[in-house]
Design a binder for this molecule. Structure first.
Ligand code: HEM
Length: 320
């Protein structure tokens, strides 16, 4: 998604400023955007067709997985028009949902490395409710406000989309004394909103407690989930599934693992890179962090029922 992410960043290519460049041939100086667009097109076409063709081949071989595509085929049939609609729907969900979710989870992992006290506090909440006897599920959400606060803070601290997709004004408008003419492109500056010191004090600190009051969620504080997923009629339609997925991932990971800094060969902790790569979507650098199963020391019986976990060594070092 790096190509489309770059293309969606206003001003990435000269053609954003000089639209007439769209008429020049690809070899013309300054028309590098045409080559980049052709490459993105190729990978998006592959994303649209290849997984679906694989699925149809599996189905011809008698293997029909239980998935969104087979449910849609069953519900709507398989005329060419329906097949196109299914392919586009699922590709859109993947394009819009994959990197955004991964980016937020990557922010969560980074925060856990940098703020071990917060991680310990979240694990206390999990252990109190789960008592080491099971994994969390979404029905635990109401009784685990601190996990919810960590999810909100991950969306706020390093927003996936710093500058949201542009809108074009359909009429002249006034904003803080400035006249903005019809036709102007406007972006909401999500980074500035989420890092507004008057709303989120010490905004560059990862602090889920800002969303807590007396052991419960503080509903008086601005909720980042009302900003991170956009606004108006183009608001993210995947926002509910995204929050469920983020919540259950954060809760499950912290039930089983401890996340910490990797040690170098001299036994010193290695500070992970905290910056991000340029692009419309926030994506972090590859980082190396340590992920250690922690259930034994927390007296959890869960791994006895999870074969995959029982076979893990004491520590994983993950590069992501
Ligand atoms: C942490 C995860 C996610 C974040 C932070 C996120 C954020 C966003 C944002 C900021 C927009 C632009 C909204 C606007 O223009 O105002 C958007 C659009 C969209 N998102 Fe998400 N999203 C996430 C996950 C998902 C998932 C899981 C799906 C699908 C399953 C999804 C599907 C879409 C689609 C289809 C659009 C385009 C909507 C339109 O233009 O009408 N997103 N998302």
């Amino acid at each position: 998604m790096r190509g489309p992410s770059k293309a969606a960043t206003p001003g990435s290519y000269l053609v954003d400023t000089l639209p007439m460049l769209k008429y020049v041939p690809a070899w013309f100086p300054g028309a590098g955007f045409k080559k980049a667009a052709a490459e993105s097109r190729k990978s998006l076409d592959a994303l649209l067709h290849t997984p679906y063709e694989d699925l149809r081949r599996h189905m011809r071989e008698g293997k029909t997985p239980d998935c969104a595509a087979t449910s849609l085929l069953e519900a709507f049939g398989n005329t060419p028009e329906i097949e196109t609609a299914i392919k586009k729907t699922l590709a859109t969900m993947y394009i819009a949902g994959a990197d955004t979710s991964v980016s937020t989870l990557s922010t969560f992992f980074l925060a856990m490395v940098l703020y071990p006290d917060i991680q310990a506090k979240a694990q206390d909440e999990l252990d109190t409710i789960l008592d080491g006897s099971r994994l969390p599920d979404l029905s635990d959400r109401a009784s685990m406000p601190y996990i919810t606060s960590i999810m909100k803070e991950a969306l706020r601290w390093k927003p996936v989309v710093s500058l949201n997709l542009p809108r074009r004004l359909t009429q002249d408008d006034m904003y803080r004394g400035y006249r903005i003419p019809e036709g102007s492109l406007m972006c909401s500056n999500d980074w500035a909103i989420m890092h507004d010191e008057s709303v989120f004090p010490s905004p560059s600190v990862f602090n889920p407690d800002r969303f807590m009051k007396d052991g419960a969620l503080n509903t008086e504080v601005q909720d980042p989930t009302t900003i991170a997923f956009g606004f108006g009629r183009r608001i993210c339609p995947g926002r509910y599934i995204a929050q469920d997925m983020l919540w259950i991932s954060i809760a499950s990971v912290l039930t089983i693992f401890n996340i910490s800094m990797e040690m170098n060969k001299d036994g010193k902790k290695v500070m992970p890179e905290t910056g991000s790569l340029p692009g419309f979507l926030r994506s972090g650098y590859h980082r190396r962090i340590k992920i250690s199963p922690t259930y034994a020391e927390r007296g959890s019986a869960i791994p006895n029922r999870l074969d995959a976990l029982s076979s893990l060594g004491p520590t994983l070092t993950l590069a992501y």
